[in-house]
Design a protein around this ligand. Sequence first.
Ligand code: BTN
Length: 235
Amino acid sequence: MTSLAWSLQKFEQLDSTQNYILNNLNSLDEGACVQAATQTRGKGRHGRYWSSPEGNLYFSFLLKPKISKADYGQIALLAGLAVAQALHPYVNVVLKWPNDVLVGGQKICGILIESVEGALVVGLGVNVTHSPFEGAANLADFKLSPDTVRDIILEKFALLYDRYISDGFEDIRREWLSYSFDTNSVMSVKIGDNKITGLYQGLDKAGYLLLLCDKSSEVITISSGDVFQNYVTSD
Ligand code: BTN
């Protein structure tokens, strides 16, 4: 038994499973999980669109963790780790900070976290049968259904969440790093209009990205941004 009791609602179509939970927060409890076969306005990070054709997996769930807002990013890392554990028997998974799951350098799952008044909505899009955008990987070779993939991810997430609540973030951080890029991989991070290039130094104790900056030769801590690996620039 885990402390999270999942309560699943399935829909043929929604605008976005994130929006469904955000619009119904008052009537939903922790563990509410909403899945849609397709989404008409799937939301990605930074206001981007998440293409949602039938056959892939789209679901969101509600958490009400008693942690500080500054640590919400740790839940995103935890979700990525749950996906990595779930897909690891099938594919060679790499976690890219903050919350992308890659296979062969291509994105197989995206994770979006939104928070309102102590409630966290965690949304996952997994390319089960299609690769709906450039640079996407999928699980089509394994003939898995979206529901099967959802169940494995939810099971892994619930176990990790209990570990996180009882023992803190450190073990999760270490395991997350075991699925991530090698230390000293070349990496660029886009933060707003700025781009910083350097060598990946893993994550700090809070889950922020550490980058040994090319220009300053200092290790900087990055709390939000988009990572491009092996993206070397001349500027
Ligand atoms: C990303 O930009 O990588 C995050 C993508 C998150 C997509 C999922 S699909 C289920 C949930 N509902 C949404 O509208 N978005 C998330």
